[in-house]
Write a protein that binds this ligand. Sequence first.
Ligand SMILES: Cc1cc2nc3c(=O)[nH]c(=O)nc-3n(C[C@H](O)[C@H](O)[C@H](O)COP(=O)(O)OP(=O)(O)OC[C@H]3O[C@@H](n4cnc5c(N)ncnc54)[C@H](O)[C@@H]3O)c2cc1C
Length: 473
Amino acid sequence: MPEVLKPDLCVIGAGPAGMALATAAVAKGISVVLIERGATGGAILNAGGGASKAMVAAARAAHFCQNAGRFGFKEGRGKVEFLSAHAHVRDTMRAMAPNSSRERIIALGVKVIAGLASFKDKDSVVVGNAYEIAAKRFVIATGAVDAPSSVSGLADVPHYTSETIFDLIHCPRHLIILAHSAYALEQAQAHRRFGAEVTVLASKPPLAEFDPEFTSIVLDQLTREGVAVRVADTILRIERDRPRVRVIMASEGAETEIEGSHLLVMPDRVGNFAELNLAGAGVSHDADGIVVNKRLRSSNGKVFAIGDVISGSSRSVAAAIHQADLIIRDLAGLAVDRSAAPIASVVHTDPELAHIGLGQEGLKKHRDLQYLRLGFADSDRARAEDIRQGHIKVVVDSRGRILSVTIVGPQATEMIALWSLALTQKLNIRDMRKFVAPYPSMTEISQRVAMGYDGPAETPSRVRRLLNRLRRS
Ligand SMILES: Cc1cc2nc3c(=O)[nH]c(=O)nc-3n(C[C@H](O)[C@H](O)[C@H](O)COP(=O)(O)OP(=O)(O)OC[C@H]3O[C@@H](n4cnc5c(N)ncnc54)[C@H](O)[C@@H]3O)c2cc1C
């Protein structure tokens, strides 16, 4: 007979979304059961999310040292050592682990059950024969998995995934990456910086969700560093030619092939729900994940979903944690702003890329847009750091409302945080001038771009009328 539990809340999956929700809920006095089938920590700890950032940091440091002659560093162009970078990745993961450990979650008051959860019916979840949980509410936070690949021959050829690539202790001679995601580009650049030849075979243009003007700056840098990015080649099959790997493609009507020493496959990720018996629970889904409304509620009123498992999710930690926060506010009876919160999209290549707000299509629905731009070259801090690449573009409407911000350059993923606050708090572009930025700092760039705003309050009406007439003529 299974042990029957009747908590207020049952959370399935102990990744960033499930852990954030479960620990915040117990802090509010809500009884919580959290079910995890494997190690706690989710994709950040166990599927390469955190490891990839450690690898990128090691590669950035190696690249900096190799090019630091201009700062008087005479060992510049020294040797980089892949094994040391591997040790840094391993140490980083070891340092990150305690925060997400089962012991910590239990110590905070959550009942953690190890095992695979699946719905028995609309009102209960079972974990094997050991537990039956009849909670007041269920929250599915089971994350995402790699979408199955249809490439012929792949199943018979040894290859790495985002999870296993960090097992490599020697730098691959020639790494072929089948992917188009931002995470794949980060890995491409990092491996190139450690000396691998790298070819990315992308089925569609990488970073297509970003402004092409900014994307091209990142892709040009990758090309300059020697990463080959090939788009739209149809992959016919993959063969193993020990110890090499061969990818055969159709390109412009002809068959071509490319040979590498290692293969990394990073397909799109899709919601992970196959083992949950969603049909038995009356929870609707599509091919990409669980379908939810603005309240994150599924077609079964008792069941919610958060994080990567949601259909159409942006699949980021920031989105997952924000959704956990919405649920917790809802449970605690606090006011919840359900308008879609602006969440920044970030890419950790070098230069970094960051965007928040409307995309190209969304902007087309607005009229009288003003485009404010500033190159990093105008910043004294950037000059001192010898930062030669970087650019910010802010789009505002005629009333100075901030619609979109895109930044490319070193620290772009940090600089976007200020704009994230501005958009969340619905600040006007004029507000972005009303603080004192440290000098010299990268933050100044954000403030100075706002200075370029030419709105009704800035220009006397007589001059404005004249300018409008000139613009129309
Ligand atoms: C290579 C890589 C790089 C990334 N880099 C970034 C980045 O730079 N920034 C960023 O924001 N995001 C990044 N991500 C994405 C990020 O990891 C995810 O968005 C985030 O982990 C989603 O959290 P989650 O809790 O929804 O799901 P997950 O982290 O996937 O956790 C889901 C958990 O549910 C468990 N589970 C699944 N099914 C069951 C079941 N039936 N019963 C019990 N337990 C179950 C799983 O074992 C897992 O522990 C990256 C991802 C990858 C793969």
